[in-house]
Design a protein around this ligand. Sequence first.
Ligand code: NAI
Length: 332
Amino acid sequence: MAYNITLIPGDGIGPEVIYAAKKVIDASGVEINWEVVEAGSKVIDEYGTPLPDYVLESINKNKVALKGPVTTPVGKGFRSVNVALRKTFNLYANIRPIKTYEGVPSRYKDVDLIVVRENTEDLYAGIEHMVSEDIAESVKIISKKASDRIVKYAFELAKKENRKKVTAVHKANIMKLSDGLFLKCSKEMAEKYKEIAFEDVIVDAMSMKLVLNPEKYDVLVMPNLYGDILSDMASGLVGGLGIVPGANIGEDIAIFESAHGSAPDIAGQDKANPAATMLSGALMLKYLGEFKAADKIEKAIAKVLKEGKHVTFELGGNAGTKEFTEAVINEL
Ligand code: NAI
């Protein structure tokens, strides 16, 4: 069966890393009809927006997209394409698998955890106002519905991936109502998944514990703001954004993309590391149920990283995007 997938090349290094990932996915044997749709700064002049309707229509139709990074124009009044996609399709779960790969410089070994971040509320609900000229107020929204949904997602993910433990991260000792509700929902959900261990950790302690012993953690679930910060921090533990994939997942639509941005400083120079986008492609294949192909791609990337002969400059190598891609395809 061939899958119909929306492919959004994006801006900056986007097209380079996206076509590298597409090549690798095509070489894995899974049959995909790619529907390429352009978004971002290159379409603003023609369509008056970085996110034209045809992009939304394509995602709505195909239900799954692989996306390159999109530049957010500063001070031009456009809202971020990423925020707009998240809101339009109610992509409530942001997933960031964090894993050490041999050959990638990192202080740690054997890290293999997943950060599951609630994507729709918390301080990101955008409810802010000035109370007076000198006082600003931001409203933090935590609901039972969104907390139950994200914690359930984390437990289901743990079950599906044979993982042993879910850790809920919060600050309920101070924000007794909002984070208290998130914690209560987490504890209640844990009762329904007795086969998976559960613990809760306060976010400041979690930051320290992650830096000290990241290998002790498995699936971490948390509200939006803590997830934003800890998922980037955790990426740093294993060698940076160049090798960290990601996904934004909703009820029936999912968009897969690396965690890094459009890197305008190295765009068009055959310098970008496409590993994170390839690994996002592997995540997408898992989502589609193509576990063998996903595993094959991840192993091929791991081998090329370990060998170190064809890695890009930010990992200390001399290879370009194309050379890395060819090396991964050879391993496949
Ligand atoms: P960035 O992630 O694009 O770049 C930060 C640094 O990391 C730069 O030095 C860059 O060269 C390097 N880098 C990033 N990806 C790399 C890769 N694959 N291989 C080698 N080096 C890499 O972050 P920055 O500069 O803050 O953002 C640039 C633009 O990207 C902004 O317009 C921002 O809004 C957008 N952005 C888009 C995202 C998305 O569409 N998902 C996510 C993050 C940022």
